[in-house]
Design a protein around this ligand. Structure first.
Ligand SMILES: Nc1ncnc2c1ncn2[C@@H]1O[C@H](COP(=O)(O)OP(=O)(O)OP(=O)(O)O)[C@@H](O)[C@H]1O
Length: 124
C-alpha cells in the first residue's frame, strides 16, 4: 500500500475534483449554478445565516456529484458489461444527486424569496 504525506493526499483529492469537473457535464453545470448563486448572494448582501444555507446546499450537491462520479468509475471497472446490480448502483447514486439538487433548489427559493421581494418592493 502506498503511503503519502498529508500534502500529497490533499493533491490527490484536488485531482479528483478536477477529474470530475473535466469529465462530468453535470459537475460543470453545478459549478456554473454555484457561481451564479454566490454572485447573487453577494449582490443582495444576504445575512450570514442565509449564506450558510446556500453554502451547505452547494457543498451537498457538489459532494454528491463527486461520490456519484467515484461510484460510476468503480462500477465501470468492476462491471464493464451490463448487469442489473451495476444499473441499480448507478441509478441509486444518481438519485442521491437528484435529491440533493432538489433540496438545493428549494433552499435557494426560500433563501432568496424575501431579499428579492424587498428589492423589488423598494423599486430596485
Ligand atoms: N454496467 C451497466 N449495467 C447496467 N446498466 C448500466 C451500466 N452502466 C450504465 N448503466 C445504465 O445507464 C445509465 C447511464 O450510465 P452512465 O454510465 O452513462 O452514466 P451517465 O448517465 O453518463 O452519468 P453521468 O451523466 O453522471 O456521467 C445508468 O444510470 C444505468 O441505468
Amino acid at each position: 500500500m502506498r503511503r503519502g504525506s498529508l500534502i500529497a493526499s490533499f493533491g490527490y483529492a484536488v485531482q479528483g475534483v478536477c477529474y470530475a469537473f473535466r469529465t462530468q457535464r453535470n459537475m460543470r453545470i453545478h459549478t456554473a449554478a454555484a457561481v451564479a448563486v454566490i454572485t447573487a448572494a453577494a449582490l443582495l448582501h444576504l445575512s450570514w445565516s442565509r449564506w450558510v444555507v446556500l453554502l451547505l446546499a452547494i457543498t451537498l450537491v457538489m459532494a454528491m456529484e463527486l461520490m456519484n462520479t467515484a461510484l460510476e468509475s468503480v462500477v465501470d471497472l468492476a462491471s464493464p458489461e451490463l448487469h442489473p446490480l451495476a444499473k441499480a448502483a448507478k441509478d441509486t447514486a444518481a438519485g442521491a444527486v437528484l435529491l440533493a439538487a432538489v433540496f438545493a433548489v428549494a433552499a435557494g427559493i426560500i433563501v432568496f424569496y424575501r431579499p428579492l421581494m424587498d428589492l423589488l418592493g423598494s423599486g430596485g
